[in-house]
Design a protein around this ligand. Structure first.
Ligand SMILES: Nc1ncnc2c1ncn2[C@@H]1O[C@H](COP(=O)(O)OP(=O)(O)O)[C@@H](O)[C@H]1O
Ligand SMILES: [Mg+2]
Length: 382
């Protein structure tokens, strides 16, 4: 039996956690309803395996109380902090004082319980690798961003041992390209998950995703024709947190237009590819965009450019070769993907992945090389 002590004045959260625990017989709950400001009974603290502390990270007295609680608890107790999004400095401090997990509010009881269960499991098993997130950002319209994002997801899936562990998330909310290209119904409903995504949990996510025959999970919302969609940053972040908790590999199709949440997505991604075509303005803009992004944001790995629909042809008044394209992009060149109009066209019209149309085609092969490259190889290549 694992006992959880919830330190929170949030009665709704306590109720929701209590509800979720009915289905989890291995857990027992105690609640310190006076919150972090009121001292916790040392005996209650000593009995808990996991202490979940709900606090306001902007309040120094709350942080001091957390620290006191940590000093009081034994080294074997897991401490989980719940707070609204907070500054990097405070998050670093949580790491330094060895908080075991940090969860963003608003959060459901089911998600708190899932985090506790993860901690308890982690205490027994070595940690598994975290979710790998790759995002695709177009430098211009119609450069093939969606085509490459889908194919990248398919290649990652092809290499994965668990065929249900890969998700494609369509954040280009103003068309249904991912769903259309795969001939699937988009089922994500932003109205139902709530303004800031507060109603979304693992179960609802399961109901709102669509499975492709290959096993790929598509997370996409139907577009509303002629309407500009403004989804709250909190809802998008919560969506991605929930997706990342469920899947080992996530591929994101980002829109060209910047939103309030675009930076967050890029910062959370392990890899970011800027997709451009082979036009001179396309290459120039992709280089500028990549350089600016890499200067402005400290991403896990620098963004790099994929040149799509590559072919040897006359541009700049002379034959433009792969090496010239790489040079035009400075150090940001990731790879070139061949132009194969007929193949891509056929795949889109049939609503199937490229390899269903033609196994071993040159576009899939080039993407496979790129997305399955080990990080060292990538570093060498760039
Ligand atoms: N490698 C490629 N070779 C030939 N045509 C391509 C290739 N990649 C994409 N296309 C075509 O480019 C068009 C735009 O693709 P899409 O993936 O929808 O771009 P975006 O998401 O950037 O708007 C589509 O008609 C698609 O068939
Ligand atoms: Mg697209």
């Amino acid at each position: 039996m694992s006992s959880i002590l919830l330190v929170s004045t949030d009665a709704a959260l306590a109720r929701s956690l209590g509800e979720s625990m009915k289905a989890a017989p291995g857990f027992a709950l105690a609640v310190h309803a006076a919150g972090v400001e009121a001292p916790v009974d040392p005996q209650q603290l000593a009995q808990a395996q996991i202490v979940v502390v709900d606090l306001d990270a902007g309040r120094r007295d709350h942080l001091v109380a957390l620290q006191a609680m940590m000093m009081q608890s034994s080294g074997q107790t897991f401490i989980v902090v719940l707070s609204e999004p907070c500054s990097d400095a405070v998050q670093r401090w949580f790491l330094q004082i060895r908080v075991h997990d940090f969860l963003r509010k608003p959060i459901s009881g089911a998600d708190v319980l899932a985090a506790c269960a993860r901690l308890m499991r982690g205490a027994l098993e070595p940690p598994t690798d975290h979710t790998q997130v790759a995002c695709f950002l177009p430098a211009a319209g119609g450069v093939g961003n969606t085509t490459l994002a889908i194919e990248a997801a398919m290649q990652i899936l092809g290499a994965a041992s668990d065929k249900s562990s890969v998700a494609l998330v369509d954040l280009d909310l103003h068309n249904d390209a991912c769903a259309d290209y795969l001939d699937l119904e988009p089922r994500l409903d932003f109205a139902e998950i709530g303004e800031s995504g507060e109603r979304l949990d693992a179960q609802l996510l399961e109901a709102m995703m669509t499975r492709h025959a290959s096993g790929l999970a598509l997370i996409a919302a139907p577009s509303v024709a002629g309407q500009l969609r403004q989804i709250q940053r909190a809802a998008i972040l919560r969506l991605l947190d929930t997706v990342a908790a469920r899947f080992e590999n996530v591929v994101i199709d980002l829109p060209r237009m910047w939103s309030a949440w675009t930076d967050d997505i890029l910062l959370g991604a392990d890899r970011c590819f800027i997709v451009t075509d082979m036009t001179v303005p396309g290459l120039r803009f992709a280089r500028r965009l990549t350089e600016q992004l890499n200067a402005r944001l400290t991403m896990k790995a620098p963004a790099r450019v994929i040149v799509n629909r590559f072919e040897q042809r006359f541009i700049f008044g002379s034959g433009l070769k792969r090496g010239d394209v790489a040079q035009a992009l400075g150090g940001a060149f990731a790879d070139a993907i061949p132009n194969n109009y007929q193949l891509v066209r056929e795949a889109i019209d049939q609503g199937v992945p490229l390899e269903t149309v033609k196994p071993g085609n040159n576009v899939s092969a080039a993407l496979r090389r790129l997305v399955l490259a080990r990080p060292q190889e990538e570093r060498r290549a760039s």
